[in-house]
Design a protein around this ligand. Structure first.
Ligand SMILES: NC(=O)N[C@@H](CC(=O)O)C(=O)O
Ligand SMILES: [Zn+2]
Ligand SMILES: [Zn+2]
Length: 335
């Protein structure tokens, strides 16, 4: 049987939530990933040293072993340098949300006033804390990410020593930015390497494919594939696996978020094999992230094998992407 081995996979954009949901989803990621950047958009958001330490403890209590590193993040506000210094050992990045643009982002940034943000962003540059950004404006839904490029440009050029990660990019405009600014990087999800808007609303409306940013056009999908499949050194895998209870997805007013954590590596193998690029998958799911963030994850070896795997209908009360569908790769062993 054909197999493929991945070492120390990293998920550089993950939502683990809290409480019962955390206990349901954290073990699924801890099983097949060495570590993950854990997003801070809890209610209320993770914004103090105590919040970070307590949340990390709850995550470690929810995973069955020690072979998983949650890389903690702080919810962006205009913090002062003394505070940032006091948390710098406990966090891997700070996550910036424009106010109200996605799930639990109400306390985010409402105006991108560069002078207001300067003290915080300069302190982050000095302390070497990367800035992760949900890059969407409040414009027309299909244009939101492309419109945000001028803000990335302003941030990247004003703070050349700040590492800026364009999270979950979905457009050819964002892909083009990677080669324009040395300090811009990106995460790409697995669902955005598979879906276009047609898979969300082109036929029957598919709530489990609905997320922010929404999947875009075929040419955007092609642009994302071009950098992911080559494992462009400035792109990393970040699932943006964002679990919501089934009744919040299959409802009037569907919550945004696609749940992929337990099927991400299998789907990535399928995509990379289809394009004959399996050799580049290691860089995309781990090596690039290690280089960009300067992290050294615990050893973990995942062996995937090429055989039919039917994606479960549910993980607890969460419906994954492609529920009930057969895919071509499965996890054979984890060491
Ligand atoms: N991606 C999503 O659609 N939802 C995420 C938030 C986010 O990453 O924007 C969530 O927390 O549910
Ligand atoms: Zn986001
Ligand atoms: Zn997210």
């Amino acid at each position: 049987m054909k197999t493929h081995t991945l070492l120390m996979p990293l998920d550089m954009h993950l939502h683990l939530r809290d409480g019962v949901m955390l206990e349901n989803v954290a073990p699924l990621t801890a099983y097949s990933f060495s570590g993950a950047i854990v997003m801070p958009n809890l209610v209320p958001p993770v914004s103090t040293l105590e919040d970070i330490k307590a949340y990390k403890k709850r995550i470690m209590a929810a995973v069955p072993n020690d072979y998983f590193e949650p890389y903690m993040t702080l919810f962006y506000k205009n913090y002062d340098k003394a505070f940032l210094k006091s948390v710098s050992e406990e966090i891997t990045a700070i996550k910036l949300y424009p106010a109200g643009i996605t799930t639990n982002s109400e306390g985010g940034v409402s105006s991108f006033d560069i002078e207001e943000m300067r003290p915080t962003l300069e302190a982050m540059s000095t302390l070497n804390i990367p800035l992760c950004v949900h890059g969407e404006t409040d414009g027309f839904v299909m244009d939101r990410e492309a419109e945000f490029m001028s803000i990335y440009e302003m941030l990247a050029s004003n703070f050349p020593d700040l590492k800026i990660i364009m999270e979950h990019i979905t457009t050819k405009e964002a892909v083009a930015m990677l080669d324009r600014f040395d300090n811009l990087y990106a995460t790409i999800t697995v669902h955005h390497l598979l879906l276009t808007l047609d898979d969300v609303v082109g036929g029957m409306m598919m709530p489990h494919n609905f997320c922010k940013p929404i999947a875009k056009r075929p040419e955007d999908l092609d642009a994302l594939l071009s950098v992911a499949l080559e494992a462009h050194p400035k792109v990393m895998f970040g699932s943006d696996s964002a679990p919501h209870p089934q009744d919040k997805k299959e409802s009037c007013g569907c919550a945004a978020g696609v749940f992929t954590a337990p099927i991400a590596l299998q789907l990535l193998c399928e995509i990379f094999e289809q394009y004959n690029k399996l050799d580049n998958l290691q860089a995309f799911v781990s090596d690039n992230a290690q280089n960009i963030y300067g992290i050294c994850p615990e050893f973990k070896e995942i062996i995937l094998e090429k055989r039919t795997f039917v994606i479960p209908e549910k993980y607890g009360n969460v419906v994954p992407m492609y529920a009930g569908q057969a895919i071509n790769w499965a996890i054979a062993s984890v060491d």
